[in-house]
Write a protein that binds this ligand. Sequence first.
Ligand code: ATP
Ligand code: MG
Length: 477
Amino acid sequence: MLLLLAVASALMAVATTLALRQFLVSRLDDDLRAANRFFTQVTTAPPGAPPLPGLPPPLLDDAPGRGPTPQDTLDATIVDGRVVAASVYARGGQERAVPVEELPDLVAVPVGGPPVSADLGSLGGYRLMAVRDPAGAVRVSGLSQQRLQETVDQVVVIELVVAAVALLGAGVAGVFLVRRELRPLERVATTAARVSALRLDRGEVELAERVPDADPRTEVGQVGTALNGMLDHVGSALAARQDSETRLRRFLADASHELRTPLAAIRGYAELTRRDELAPRTEHSLVRISSQAERMTALVEDMLLLARLDAGRPLERAEVDLTRLVVDAVSDAHAVGPDHRWRLRLPERPVTVTGDASRLTQVLTNLLANARTHTPAGTTVTASLEADPAGVVLTVDDDGPGIPPDLLPRVFERFARGSSSRSREHGSTGLGLAIVQAVVTAHGGTVEVTSRPGRTTFAVGLPHALPVEAGAQPAHR
Ligand SMILES: Nc1ncnc2c1ncn2[C@@H]1O[C@H](COP(=O)(O)OP(=O)(O)OP(=O)(O)O)[C@@H](O)[C@H]1O
Ligand SMILES: [Mg+2]
């Protein structure tokens, strides 16, 4: 804006100055013609005419309606291309002869032509015109442009000052006005920034932020209205998302729960029937029915547990003796897998955390079961515990063949499992590590895995105390 204003001021100043100058010059030329007529008449006046007054009439009041012209007036005579006499009539009326050598340029003034501008050395700038008088000499008349130049200069100075003041004022007022007008936009930006700082990707989201400036008559108000509309839309979409998530979780939990009873019945009847005298083929079928029903029960239990963890079921809060838990879990694992070598590395003092004992047991059981089922016989499995003021680290490592590199990045995902025949023959489902992660996350901890052939380590970090909101938020991967 300031730049535009400066350009406009400059254009206006240049136009005004040029027009003023043009106007003043044309007025000067009128006076010049009058003076020239006068001088020509004076020389050709018949003898005996009244003596001339000190001042040529055009300098006093020759032109009607106009005051005395204040310029210095020049009168010069050229004979045979040479200046023979020259005088300047000053404003006060005094006549002063000028040495003709100082005025060589006068010869160049076109005779009978329009007035021209010329710089006459020490006399300054003049408007000049020349006519031939009846006697055959050339009379050159001139009027000083000094006053004209002074007027123009003064106008230029005034224009510069006015433009500077106007620019300064426009700048200050502009900054103030623009700031004031943009303040609502800042509020819009603040609201947008606050919304982008919200966590929208999980759980129940309260999208209460709104732009206060929503007047649709202003541009900023329109932006605010649009933003508010978008926030309403996003808010209801998030609510719908949360709703359908909750419904899905509840459905999963209910379905898993409902499946437990019929599965238990299938297992029970299969066991019962096996007690009878049976043909070998029927016997075999019943064994398969029992084992598959057991597998399905385990799967349903896993799904139920995951669904409950997802739904943010509160954890039990109790002092859990992790040392005891590790010792028990390893001795159980030893009983199930006597072909593996089981090692324990425990600190002197018992390690305890606050949490849910049965779920933490499940973490350990799953990790030890993996180390047993996904490694060949003779593998050494070490369970160790370390405690420091920050928390507890529980590690289970084995020197088995390791997790396949393509599986490793998604090993904690649900139903992610290796394709080896060993995994399949153990009827693995790929939920074990997902449960480990969900339980650990619900306890406010982390679980990490490193694996290469010969060394696979799962490290579970747990805080000593359960975080306040644990269990309140659904555990996510
Ligand atoms: N200690 C380990 N050594 C080698 N591979 C492992 C080890 N632990 C896990 N894996 C690989 O990671 C996959 C995922 O393990 P996860 O415990 O989640 O499922 P699973 O053991 O296959 O099934 P589930 O535990 O539900 O019965 C396994 O199928 C296996 O391929
Ligand atoms: Mg497993």
